[in-house]
Design a protein around this ligand. Structure first.
Ligand SMILES: NC(=O)c1ccc[n+]([C@@H]2O[C@H](COP(=O)([O-])OP(=O)(O)OC[C@H]3O[C@@H](n4cnc5c(N)ncnc54)[C@H](O)[C@@H]3O)[C@@H](O)[C@H]2O)c1
Length: 428
């Protein structure tokens, strides 16, 4: 059995969803009016399909007016779906979570169960705040209760379908007993279940929401730039943007642009981003997204150089793997490798060797850096103490074991277990 604490959009959907999948579910909410409404088959907010599910499940698998003690002690998983509103300074208000956690400890009689936070909380909240609180409760009440983070990705207006057919389930968990309970709970969903650290689970949720908000702000900034320049048909421009074939396919090629690396380079993206930023200013508009975008493209290269400098001794031989700005090209104009090598030289690294399957000669000719060029991957790995991967050439992914024979900085995240179309830097 499962208890759900908090019967708002997420909690009521979760409770009815698990009950529809065959679990006995207790739904608990502090708001008496809300509980009365649900007990009378009325959904207290608008969300398609929930009324139908409530009619089917209430009195069958779904119980809504039971005491907390009965619910908690009959459950293996207690799922917290309370609100996490913003504090005045923008941080998340966790008071509802803490009080829900404490209520579970008080109500529990002792058998192992797991508290699952489905509420959205920023990365490090569980590890730095909720976990210590649960440990404190464990000591105070001496009851074996585990902890897991299980962020929810449903969209209001599509809550039922999103919950019943999740495209992914993310679970942050540390102990095996809690993991096993969650494993059972998600079997009927037939979805990929990812077990990760607490911080990763929370981060994945924010990765999703902040991508969406950034895309919206990007689009709104573009509409404002267009308005300042004038004579631009904004909806038509976006409609045509959406015809780009990179939006389609599985995975869509656009995914390769939503993947970290060491900055974009080449002939087009740097100059075109800078030029639009500049002309917007000429027309009296100060872009923030574009300005931030350009700044981050600088800062990522400092980040890369600092990461190396933090651990690599100055006398080591550093191998730069990849000089072209992207794989499949020998274009080295404004390539991240140029800036990163420059920064490493400035930091006092004198033994730098480089290998690119296509761009050794052209890079040497264009930049004339005091570094050595090597003709094959095997040779450069042999010569180097540290490998710094800066272009996602398939050859590097194909020689994972060889690369991992030395300390490797994979700044394109190329060796991750993801489709080549995503980790290949087709974009940047
Ligand atoms: N709304 C969404 O689309 C959505 C999607 C994904 C995640 N989330 C996250 O899920 C969480 C819940 O969101 P929501 O929109 O369902 O919130 P909501 O405000 O609609 O519902 C929260 C409910 O929790 C109840 N509650 C508070 N403390 C309680 C306690 N100690 N015991 C029992 N009930 C308690 C409140 O009375 C309220 O009914 C938030 O962290 C939110 O960020 C929301």
């Amino acid at each position: 059995m499962i208890t759900v604490l908090g019967l708002g959009f997420v909690g009521l959907t979760t409770a009815l969803g698990f009950s529809k999948k065959g679990f006995k579910v207790y739904g608990i909410d502090l708001d008496k009016q809300r509980v009365d409404s649900i007990s009378n088959y009325n959904i207290p907010f608008y969300e398609p399909h929930l009324d139908e599910a409530l009619r089917e499940e209430l009195g069958n698998n779904f119980v809504v007016d039971a005491p907390l003690e009965e619910a908690v002690n009959n459950s293996k998983a207690v799922i917290i779906c309370v609100g996490t509103p913003s504090n005045e300074d923008g941080s998340a208000n966790l008071s509802y979570i803490f009080s829900a956690v404490e209520s579970v400890f008080k109500a529990s009689e002792g058998e192992f169960k797991v508290i699952v936070t489905k509420s959205t909380v920023p990365p490090s909240t569980i590890s730095k705040k909720v976990k210590p609180f649960v440990e404190e409760m464990n000591r105070a009440y001496n009851k074996p209760i585990g902890l897991a983070s299980n962020p929810e990705f449903l969209r209001e207006g599509h809550a039922w379908n999103d919950f019943m057919n999740p495209d992914r389930v993310v679970i942050g968990v540390e102990d095996e007993d809690s993991k096993e309970i969650l494993n059972q709970v998600y079997i009927p969903f037939n979805a990929p279940v990812h077990y990760v650290s607490y911080n990763s689970a929370e981060f994945i949720k924010y990765l999703s929401n902040t991508l969406l908000s950034t895309l919206i702000s990007f689009s709104n900034e573009m509409a404002m730039i267009a308005d300042h320049i004038g004579d631009i048909d904004v909806p038509t421009a976006f409609k045509i943007l959406h015809q780009d074939k990179r939006w389609y396919g599985t995975p869509a090629a656009m995914a390769s642009y939503v993947y970290p690396g060491c900055g974009y380079g080449g002939y087009c993206l740097p100059k075109d981003t800078a030029a639009l930023n500049s002309i917007a200013k000429d027309h009296g508009f100060e872009p923030k997204v574009l300005e931030g975008n350009l700044k981050i493209n600088e800062e990522i290269k400092d980040f890369v150089a600092e990461k190396i400098a933090a651990v690599v001794p100055k006398e080591n031989t550093i191998a730069i793997l990849g000089l072209a700005f992207k794989s499949g090209s020998d274009d080295v104009r404004l390539t991240p490798s140029k800036f990163i090598i420059e920064k490493l030289l400035a930091k006092g690294y004198t033994n730098i060797v480089a290998y690119d399957p296509m761009a050794n000669e052209i890079f040497d000719k264009m930049y004339n850096f005091p570094i050595k060029y090597v003709g094959s991957l095997e040779d450069i790995v042999e010569q180097a103490d540290d490998l710094v991967l800066l272009t996602a050439w398939p050859e590097f992914k194909e020689n994972k074991d060889l690369l991992q024979s030395k300390r490797l900085f994979d700044f394109r995240y190329t060796l991750a277990d993801l489709p080549a179309s995503v980790v290949g830097d087709t974009s940047a």
